[in-house]
Design a protein around this ligand. Sequence first.
Ligand SMILES: C[S@@+](CC[C@H](N)C(=O)[O-])C[C@H]1O[C@@H](n2cnc3c(N)ncnc32)[C@H](O)[C@@H]1O
Length: 303
Amino acid sequence: MLHTPVLVDEVVRFLMTGREGTYIDGTVGTGGHAEAILEAGGEGITLVGIDRDPKALAAAAERLESFGGRVRLVRGNFSDISKHMAGENCEGALLDLGISSLQIADGDRGFSYLEDGPLDMAMGPDDGDVQALLDTVSERALAGIIHEYGEARRNRAIAREIVRERSGGRIERTARLRAAIEKAAPPRDAVSTLARVFQALRIWANRELEALTAFLPEALELCTPGGRLVLISYHSLEDRIVKRFFKAEEKGCTCPSDFPECVCGKQPRLRVLTRRPVVPGEEEISENPRARSARLRAAERLA
Ligand SMILES: C[S@@+](CC[C@H](N)C(=O)[O-])C[C@H]1O[C@@H](n2cnc3c(N)ncnc32)[C@H](O)[C@@H]1O
């Protein structure tokens, strides 16, 4: 099964500089965006594709085989981008965050509340799993995770219900977790609450926000002047991190306004190319409902 990439034309338009060089796809998944980048860039470009999930990389390797030596695939975390690039600069870097359809559809990985499966949700072999969390977490800490990473209402009641369920025996399957969440979810919002709580546990287990926060300054450092950063996020927590980073890096001097002259010496390092996030049109959403929440932001590295 291949994942349908979102906003493909927009990714190509904002990412490609028209120059030769190396592009990073830090979330190569099943290779849809990577393929479009390689086709648009032609013979003069190479691509480094990273994913923490070995199954995704295997799918990408098959899809990108015809590009031969122009592709280097790396299993690892995009938060270690400088290490993966080993001193090489890039013309542009893309992240298409979250999980792929390949991962959601595999019930044995526990990402979906629609499939019964083990409480795993680890994106790759180096990542934490939800089972370890649910075995030991306190009610208070769980309520905090559901609030912070899922922005779910009734977080305390949901945490209480999960901990009560656990007192009757270890929760080992997504179906039992789902039933506990449904007991405490607001009745009219049961589906979105399930999605938010599963999202919260996944983000926690895979340290997703920490990875994004680590990636952004490193990727900017690796970009040549004129190089591009393109980020696609699927919820406000990720989008906020990207927006704040862009805002901080497009700003020059941060000295207080009553200083007679600048003492901080800070120079703007980015030009933001998308004042508002770019979102998919109705046609794309009707063909690929997963695109519904996608928001793309792009920026260009200054000298
Ligand atoms: C939405 S999918 C990307 C799909 C891809 N653009 C395509 O066209 O097939 C996100 C992918 O990023 C990977 N991923 C998420 N966080 C990661 C991280 N911190 N480091 C490396 N890969 C990550 C996931 O394993 C998943 O395969």
